[in-house]
Design a protein around this ligand. Structure first.
Ligand code: UDP
Length: 316
């Protein structure tokens, strides 16, 4: 039986990966230090004899007994407010954590997939972003702790591939949403849905003209699975090219929830990218992958999840 380690396995993406690899028949070792992950995300998997949870911080030496066929390194604070609150941990998990996971992959003869990010493109001067673009990142800005950690993680992953011959894969993940996002993670989608459901003003940062391209989590998980099983060593963008301004996105969320919330404008955070849209030509050609879930469908599914978790004032 194949055995797969998922770091950050109790997080938003990690928990969906645990489910997918269990469904593929693997044994899954889910490792998380629960700093931003939540055991509730994998509580329904406890009791499955092929699932194991290990409470561990991967910035310390990672020991896993027995064989490992695959490692997916997803441990990291990943939302801007999380990595601004945890700047050193973010750098450590991208650098030391990735190093430890690569060492483990080498020792076990396992294939490892690194969760990288569209943040490696920074505030991009090329639009849309192809994998060949090297990015426009401010190393000393507040977002630099995440962006540079992931850039270092990509570099050391390629070094382990070239120098040690480890089988490596790198996915560059664009904005992703869906069930198990934290309501309070500060990202646009949970913030807007929570505000809309409570009837509070929607906080759009800046004038809302900055754009993002949001993909539904199921599409991402499919892309990751295909990349892991492919022979592609260079980074691959996985995202939905359907680009929208943050202001229009806020309006869509308000309309979907049927809320009476109004929009308020707040200061734009430092180094907030002005545009972001994946060029997914490579994923289409190499993996035969493209997103299948439209934003309207994905938002509906996500709203259902948040509805059950938001405390709505009596007056609504
Ligand atoms: N954003 C916003 N209001 C919020 C949270 C985020 O207008 O309450 C903006 C944010 O400034 C950014 C965009 O929405 O321009 C997407 O932010 P998110 O944190 O979701 O992801 P990232 O900036 O990492 O793409």
């Amino acid at each position: 039986m194949l055995r797969t380690l998922i770091t950050g396995g109790a997080g938003f993406l990690g928990s969906h990966l645990c489910e997918r690899f269990l469904a593929e028949g693997h044994e899954v070792v889910c490792m998380d230090n629960l700093v931003t992950g939540n055991p509730d995300n994998v509580a329904h998997l406890i009791g499955n004899e092929r699932f194991e949870f290990v409470h561990h911080d991967v910035t310390n030496f990672v020991y896993v007994a027995g064989r490992l066929d695959y490692i997916l390194h997803f441990a990291s604070p990943a939302s801007p407010i999380d990595y601004l609150k945890l700047p050193i941990q973010t750098l450590k998990v991208g650098a030391l954590g990735t190093h430890n996971c690569l060492g483990l992959a080498k020792a076990k003869g396992a294939r490892i997939l690194l969760a990288s990010t569209s943040e490696v493109y920074g505030d991009p001067l090329e639009h849309p972003q192809t994998e060949e673009y090297w990015g426009n990142v401010n190393p000393v800005g507040s977002r630099g702790v995440y962006d540079e950690a992931k850039r270092f993680a990509e570099a050391i992953t390629m070094a382990y591939h070239r120098y040690h011959g480890v089988e490596t894969r790198i996915v560059r993940i664009f904005n992703t949403y869906g069930p198990r996002m934290r309501l309070d993670d500060g990202r646009a989608l949970p913030a807007f849905m929570g505000q809309a459901l409570r009837g509070e003003p929607i906080t759009v940062f800046g004038d809302g003209s900055q754009t993002r391209s949001f993909q539904y989590v199921d599409d991402l998980i499919e892309g990751i699975y295909r990349l892991l099983m492919s022979e592609e060593v260079e980074p691959v963008n996985i995202g939905n090219p359907d680009e929208i301004s943050i202001r229009k996105f806020a309006e869509e969320v308000v309309a979907l929830t049927g809320s009476s919330s109004t929009i308020t404008f707040e200061p734009l955070p430092a180094d907030d990218p002005k545009v972001r849209q994946p060029d997914i030509t490579k994923a289409r050609n190499v993996l035969g992958w493209e997103p299948a879930v439209s934003r309207s469908e994905g938002l509906k599914r996500t709203l259902q999840y948040f509805r059950e978790r938001v405390e709505v004032p009596q007056t609504l």
